[in-house]
Structure formats: structure tokens, C-alpha cells
Design a protein around this ligand. Structure first.
Ligand SMILES: NC(=O)c1ccc[n+]([C@@H]2O[C@H](COP(=O)([O-])OP(=O)(O)OC[C@H]3O[C@@H](n4cnc5c(N)ncnc54)[C@H](OP(=O)(O)O)[C@@H]3O)[C@@H](O)[C@H]2O)c1
Length: 308
């Protein structure tokens, strides 16, 4: 009788244990959740994390062994879609996931699906407006996951930063560029707020999970502003200013596409309706925390959403 009242423990599968996936796995583990996570390489289990090999590359396709996903209750997909073949996790692991009693599947997407809004604010009610290429593949991946009938929740992310993915190393190495384009802003989010939001969502009942949630900070702003603050924190000089329209033709197509879209992403659903409190409402708190963690090699890290 008592057993029937005890909820079975959650077991999380993180597909793509890269920058965000690994940080999520570590935080979930600290919160007492059993975690399995994937990499394209074979990796040694440590710190309570169980690694599985998953690689969709035709040159070296590798799938977790049969039965390796048994007991999984929740999934977060952190693998980007392939422009030709769609989402590799859905294509290759989807049939196994459909056989599991999943309570929640978080899919990490991008705010690139909104396209260019000319700097205007955009929220989750806006239609997707992606151009061909990576963003269109992302729209198709979102739709494909939603069509599975699994309890899918989509998290749309802007540029992700965090410890060792911050502007400091490039500034110190003289590799940063201070580019100005009038009116242009970018949105960003600290990786620990993605992690915090995912753990917050995992803990909510299914009927209280909106299908699509933007996960971004409160402070869309020019990249010259964020770089200026990073240089200030380091006490390091800024590179010379370059005017976007003078250098655009020499930029890579990827960089040009990045600069060709200008939007302000609203986080009101996350912060006001779902009650998630951002740890890093702007790059200012976020960069300060990154610098501390980079300087002390990660010793200062606290767990987002930690209950301990
Ligand atoms: N970075 C950004 O600023 C940003 C912004 C918006 C959205 N996103 C999206 O958010 C998600 C997480 O981003 P992230 O920066 O944390 O990603 P990341 O560090 O690049 O990690 C991606 C993960 O996917 C795995 N992966 C990639 N291709 C794969 C393949 N063909 N087969 C199997 N596994 C594969 C990688 O495996 P390995 O561990 O073996 O490398 C890695 O674990 C991604 O979908 C990304 O596109 C990122």
C-alpha cells in the first residue's frame, strides 16, 4: 500500500552530452536524478554519470546497446538536426523512445526559428519564419518531435554562453572583433539558466508545461556592449571598432547569416507565467560568474536548481 504512494524515481537520458547536456547531467545528478548521457566517442563513466555511445554519422554510426535505455523516464535532446537527414536522435533513437514510459521529453531548439523581426520583440505565439538552411531544418525537427505523440516540450534558445564559452579567452588572445551595426541586438542565455529551466520543467506536472518556451535572459543588447563589459572585467583593452557594412562582404556566410537577423526574444512565459527565476538576468551577472568559475577551474560552481 505504501509502495503505491511512492513515485518511481526519475531517470534522465541526455542525448548529446556536450556543453549544455553535460552541465544538465551534472546538475540533475546533484539533485538525485539518475542520468545516462550520450557522446559520439566512447567515454568512461564517472561522477555518477553513465555514458552511452550515440553517433549518427554514416561513416561511423553507433547506437546504444539494446536495453541500454530501459527505465528511462525523461529525455532531453541536445543534438542539432542534420539539414539533409533531419533530426538524428529522432531518426535513430525515436523507435526506442516510443517504447519507453516517458513522462517528459525536452527538445533544445533555437530562437532562429523566428527569423528576422527587425529588432522587434517576439514571443512563443509568433509563427516560425525561418529561412532555408539550418533554421528551416530546426523548424522541421520541432514539428517532427511534436508529431511523435511523446510528451514533448520545446525550449527555444538564443546564443548560449557559460564558463569556458565566454568572451574572455578570445579577448585575451587578441581574437575578438568589436563590430558595430546600428540598431542590431543579440539575445543570450547562461547555460545554468537553461539547466535551471529544464529541471524546473521536469518537476512540473505535464498539464502545466507549455509546448514551447523561450529560454533567454532579460537583456537583448549589442555585442559591442557585452564585449565592452567583458574587457572591463578583465581590465583588458578592446579591439578597434569595425563597421559592419564595411566588413560584411569579407565575413563567412555563417557569420553574415548571424548578423542578418535582429530580434528581441521575450522570456515572459518562462519568468512570469512559469515562475522561473533567472540566475543571470543579464550578461553582467553571467559574465562575472563565468570569470570566477574560469579562474578557479570550476571549483566555485553551485548547482542550478540544487536542493542541497
Ligand atoms: N551554442 C549555441 O549558442 C546554441 C544556440 C541555440 C541553440 N543551440 C542548440 O542547443 C543544443 C545544445 O547546444 P550546445 O551548444 O550545448 O551543443 P554542443 O555543445 O555542440 O553539443 C551537441 C551534442 O550533440 C552531439 N552530437 C552532435 N552531432 C551528433 C551526431 N551526428 N550524432 C550524435 N550526437 C551528435 C555532440 O556529441 P559529442 O559530445 O560527441 O560532441 C554533443 O554531445 C544544440 O541542438 C544546439 O544546436 C545552441
Amino acid at each position: 500500500m505504501i509502495q503505491a504512494l511512492v513515485k518511481p524515481a526519475r531517470q534522465l537520458l541526455v542525448i548529446g552530452g556536450g556543453f549544455t547536456g553535460l552541465r544538465l547531467a551534472q546538475a540533475a545528478r546533484r539533485n538525485g536524478i539518475a542520468v545516462r548521457l550520450t557522446s559520439r566517442q566512447s567515454r568512461t563513466n564517472s561522477d555518477g554519470l553513465e555514458w552511452l555511445t550515440f553517433n549518427s554519422s554514416p561513416a561511423g554510426i553507433s547506437l546504444p546497446a539494446p536495453g541500454a535505455l530501459a527505465g528511462i523516464t525523461d529525455v532531453v535532446v541536445c543534438v542539432p538536426p542534420d539539414q539533409e537527414q533531419g533530426d538524428p536522435a529522432l531518426r535513430l533513437l525515436g523507435p526506442s523512445l516510443l517504447g519507453l514510459p516517458l513522462q517528459w521529453l525536452g527538445y533544445l531548439s533555437t530562437t532562429g526559428v523566428y527569423g528576422d523581426t527587425g529588432g522587434a520583440w517576439v514571443d512563443e505565439t509568433a509563427p516560425t519564419s525561418a529561412r532555408a538552411g539550418r533554421s528551416q531544418a530546426r523548424v522541421e525537427a520541432e514539428q517532427a518531435w511534436l508529431a511523435t505523440g511523446l510528451p514533448v516540450q520545446i525550449f527555444r534558445l538564443p546564443a548560449i554562453y557559460g564558463p569556458n564559452r565566454s568572451p574572455f579567452a578570445a579577448l585575451l588572445a587578441g581574437q575578438s572583433r568589436l563590430i558595430h551595426k546600428p540598431g542590431q541586438v543579440f539575445c543570450r542565455v547562461h547555460v545554468d539558466d537553461i539547466v535551471g529551466c529544464l529541471l524546473h520543467s521536469l518537476a512540473r506536472p505535464q498539464q502545466e508545461r507549455p509546448t514551447v518556451v523561450n529560454v533567454t535572459d532579460d537583456c537583448p543588447c549589442p555585442s559591442s556592449e557585452t564585449l565592452g563589459y567583458a574587457a572591463h572585467l578583465l581590465g583588458h583593452k578592446l579591439p578597434p571598432i569595425e563597421h559592419y557594412f564595411k566588413i560584411a562582404s569579407s565575413m563567412s556566410p555563417m557569420a553574415r547569416s548571424f548578423w542578418s537577423e535582429n530580434r528581441r526574444i521575450s522570456n515572459q512565459l518562462l519568468t512570469l507565467q512559469l515562475g522561473y527565476e533567472l540566475r543571470y538576468p543579464s550578461y553582467r551577472e553571467g559574465y562575472r560568474a563565468c570569470l570566477v568559475e574560469e579562474l578557479d577551474g570550476g571549483q566555485s560552481r553551485r548547482s542550478p536548481g540544487s536542493t542541497t
